[in-house]
Design a protein around this ligand. Structure first.
Ligand SMILES: [Zn+2]
Length: 257
């Protein structure tokens, strides 16, 4: 499988959780999220190499295992790479046992130590503050979108927005109406903030958020029925304003947290 171009120098690599790849100087390639496991990481590295690029850094948008589970594999091949993550999330990525430990409140049973909750450790460091920055030779904008995780960064590069798990599409919501979230109030505020962005163009499996009505559509927690998300989605498709020019797109939009 190859990298899929979204815009010049901006790619994604599809998977259960997709990776975002931003090209910096020459062949530098910043890898944003590394997937669940070695298998995703191996395929990602192969696709990056086939594109003539060399990994120059890793940014994990948040500390859920399906977003940093490939770090350790990539570090074996590129041990000099620096891994960046938002505050708090860097600690969990460095010490992944914190994830199931926090969920269980004590030493977690084996059932909570599978790869979906316990990725291999990798040494993460603090990412820059939200705003414009250069990371791994690539220029990008970090946007704080806390709520789904304690802290999470969306990544904007030009007209492309990688929303991480700040947005979910109807497929994911109808399959899993009750999504994980650390703070539902913050999650709604973050989604609303993304809806205010200007100048993002449609790209991959896109959704758009009607700015005037989004806040009223997303309850704190989706009711545990599959009908509700679909109904909301139909409302959206009817109400979507023709002038909507901001289409937050996420390489993980249709996937689970
Ligand atoms: Zn997540």
């Amino acid at each position: 499988m190859s990298l899929i171009a979204l815009a010049p120098g901006i790619f994604y690599f599809p998977g259960a959780v997709n990776s975002f790849v931003v090209v910096g100087r020459e062949t530098d390639a910043l890898l944003v999220d590394t997937g669940l496991d070695d298998s995703h990481a191996r395929k990602l590295l192969r696709a990056v190499a086939e594109a003539g690029l060399v990994p120059s850094g890793i940014l994990n948008t948040h500390s859920h295992a399906d977003h940093h589970g490939g770090n350790a594999f990539i570090l074996k091949r590129f041990p000099e790479l620096k891994i960046f993550a938002p505050p708090l999330e860097d600690a969990v990525i460095t010490h992944p046992i914190l994830e199931p430990l926090t969920l269980f409140g004590a030493r977690p049973p084996r059932e909570l130590q599978g790869k979906f909750l316990l990725a291999p450790p990798s040494p993460a460091r603090l990412a820059p503050e939200p705003g414009l920055c250069r990371m791994g030779g690539a220029d990008l904008e970090l946007i704080e979108v806390a709520g789904h995780a304690s802290l999470m960064y969306a990544v904007r590069v030009g007209e492309v927005l990688y929303a991480a798990d700040a947005l979910f599409g109807p497929d994911a919501l109808s399959k899993h109406p009750l999504t994980f979230c650390a703070d539902s109030g913050l999650q709604k505020a973050s989604a609303a903030k993304l809806a205010e962005l200007e100048g993002c163009a449609p790209c991959y499996r896109v959704t758009a958020i009607p700015r005037m009505t989004w806040r009223g559509w997303w309850p704190s927690i989706w009711p545990p029925t599959s009908a509700r998300p679909q109904r909301c989605w139909r409302r959206w498709t009817r109400a979507r304003p023709a002038s909507t020019n901001c289409w937050p797109a996420s390489a993980t939009l249709w996937t689970l947290p």
